[in-house]
Design a binder for this molecule. Sequence first.
Ligand code: GLU
Length: 301
Amino acid sequence: MKHTLRALALAALLLATAACGKPGSPPVKGPQPEDLPVYKVDTGFSLPASRTWEKAKKRGRLVVGVKEDQPYMGEKDPASGRYSGFDIEIAKMTAASLGFDPATIEFKTIASANRETALQNGQIDYYVGTYTINDNRKKQVGFAGPYFMAGQSLLVRRNEKDIKGPEDLDGKKVCSAAGSTPYQRLQKEFPKAVLVAYDTYSVCVDNLLTYQVDAVSTDDSILLGYAAKVPEELKVVGKPFSKEPYGIGVPRGDDALRLALDDALEADEKNGDWKKAYEATLGLSGQPAPKPPAIDRYPAG
Ligand code: GLU
């Protein structure tokens, strides 16, 4: 309940600030539907070797796990219920390659700490939400991709003078999401920081704006989105201090699905849809489209 109230307070603040956009500040509007690519649905596609794909086909809907509070990556409009952002576009373009019209996707919000369980118990068919590929997680789920390279960074209040990088965090209150790689890295490599964990980064940002914490730490791709929404209140400082390759999470062992998603990503990187999708979403937070990282078709097992 307390969290809901905080989230509402943040939403109100973001909306209020968005309404009075200053000249020269980054666009505060979300991705515009007319700027988004229209993905070609491969209607003849079939993948009988994938249990997940077969189940989704019978159901007539693809269930994709995402984030709903990460501007330009995965964000849900509370009024329309519509999801938007780069991860949402990655979900739509890969769904189209797998023969699912993006209109048949059911998006489900799943927090960082619950991704592995959601994939393991069949709550979702796959997951696209700032999900770092690493060996530990590969013991529990499979990953297609990577489709983007992010890096851990720091978000502070605009008037902050002391925090310029992770080495300045001793004794400072730093907020991150439970079950995330940035949280784990702070715990291990910066043990003098006072860690605060919530389910979502938007609650962390709310705590930063209300002086409950001194910094929020997670991927630059996520933090730049929050900063772009309220540039007069927040800033991202320092250089990214990790590599976070984003993958599409799939149920472990469904290698047919994993490899089909790898093919889909590669095709979209080649045909220009990946770049168009980036420019219409994450590109709005101020960074030009990078070259996507090489797809890693790792062996089954
Ligand atoms: N990419 C990091 C992770 O997968 C942080 C972002 C997130 O929590 O989704 O843990």
